[in-house]
Design a protein around this ligand. Structure first.
Ligand code: HEM
Length: 168
């Protein structure tokens, strides 16, 4: 294992743990709590997304996981030439990698939707207009879909990353 490969793998695993952990805690615990606590939840969401580096943290750890992972896959498969891709291990890391990339795409969608919700929330004074209400409902629906997609793909990616090496 070359030094570059070892460093890439180290960076990939650390970033993957931080990204997956951040996403699952957000999707399973923080987002439902924000939704269930009315104005206090909106204030919390506004601060978390607007005043902390949480979204930057998620973007940087997600991108680092995907880019380092893609290079690792490239090296392992001799840049998509070798039979490694058809071995149990190669297929396992391939499924995990694909699920990880889709989780990242859902994560970007979730980030954009949260920003849209924060912006709309800031516009609404008192009772929302009919137009604002339907925009809000559409964003909340997209947020739920993106969060679900992100969670399911993240879990699939984690499970294959943890087991692919043993697929022979
Ligand atoms: C939540 C997302 C991810 C996590 C937590 C994660 C974690 C891990 C872990 C712990 C390993 C070491 C497994 C072992 O040595 O048995 C690993 C290896 C690997 N990962 Fe990921 N990974 C994630 C996403 C990705 C993505 C998106 C890609 C590609 C685009 C990828 C490509 C790879 C490859 C090719 C290896 C094998 C490296 C080697 O040959 O040692 N991973 N990953």
């Amino acid at each position: 294992m070359t030094l570059v490969f070892s460093i890439l793998r180290f960076v990939h695993i650390i970033a993957g743990i931080l990204w997956a952990g951040g996403a699952l805690v957000l999707n399973f615990f923080i987002a439902p709590t924000m939704g269930a606590t009315g104005d206090a939840g909106k204030q919390f969401a506004g601060h978390l997304m607007g005043k902390t580096r949480f979204t930057t943290f998620m973007m940087v750890t997600g991108l680092t996981t995907v880019v380092a992972g893609a290079i690792l896959y490239g090296i392992d498969s001799s840049w998509f030439q070798s039979g490694w891709m058809k071995t149990g291990t190669g297929i396992g890391f391939g499924i995990g990698a694909t699920a990880g990339i889709v989780a990242f795409i859902f994560g970007v969608m979730l980030g954009n939707t949260n920003r849209g919700l924060a912006a709309l929330g800031a516009q609404i004074q008192g009772k929302p207009s009919a137009e604002q209400m339907s925009a809000l409902q559409a964003l909340v629906k997209r947020q739920a879909m993106a969060a679900q997609g992100n969670t399911i793909c993240m879990l699939i990616s984690i499970m294959f990353m943890a087991s692919a090496r043993f697929f022979g």
